[in-house]
Design a protein around this ligand. Structure first.
Ligand code: 2AM
Length: 176
């Protein structure tokens, strides 16, 4: 591990009560799908993934985070899905609100303007619940979980033998 570099991303971080509900869902899914349940304190939804950068550039990321202007919005997580290509089981929204997509889009655009090279993945808002799953979780509609977004965070991912640990570097609040 190089001490002068860090792996970073912007994300929505659930409040403890929502994280608990998501973790229960993750355990229920895992019972069917197999694989490894994400720890409760690691559950999140990525907005923009930056990847490995020199630490000295973290201040630039904070600056990009601070220029975002958004008001509090809510959305429902009502889908449970599995992707075979990376074997994750995830929760998502059948109707992601424009505010969510706008936040992810402006972040990506401004990061790229600031000279960060981002991987071009289509933005599918999702919360990874299980990794290395072996089969479909069998149920795909779930009792909707409401997520009220009052802020987003810049996170450092610290990889360990037991999966990643996440450290919140900075929080960016809605303007209202
Ligand atoms: P995942 O849960 O779908 O794997 C930390 O790794 C977070 O960044 C995870 O939410 C992960 O998504 C996401 N992530 C990792 N690599 C990424 C990439 N190349 N593009 C977009 N998101 C990525």
């Amino acid at each position: 591990r190089r001490p002068d570099r860090a792996r970073l991303f912007f994300a929505l971080w659930p409040r403890p009560a929502l994280a608990r509900r998501l973790h229960e869902l993750a355990r229920a899914a895992q019972a069917v799908s197999g694989g490894r349940v994400m720890r409760r304190d690691t559950l999140h939804q990525t907005l923009a993934f930056i990847g490995d950068i020199p630490r000295e550039r973290i201040s630039q990321l904070i600056a990009v985070g601070r220029t975002q202007r958004f008001t509090t919005f809510g959305f429902e997580l009502d889908l449970l899905r599995r992707w075979g290509r990376n074997r994750i089981v995830w929760a998502g929204s059948s109707t992601p609100p424009p505010a969510l997509c706008a936040l992810a889009l402006t972040l990506v655009r401004q990061l790229s303007d600031a000279g960060f090279v981002l991987e071009e993945r289509d933005f599918v808002p999702h919360v990874t619940l299980v990794r290395n799953s072996e089969r479909e979780p069998a149920f795909d509609t779930i009792e909707p979980l409401v997520w009220m977004v009052e802020d987003f965070v810049l996170v450092e991912s610290i990889r360990t033998g037991k999966g990643a640990n996440y450290r919140i570097v900075e929080r960016f609040a809605a303007v209202n």
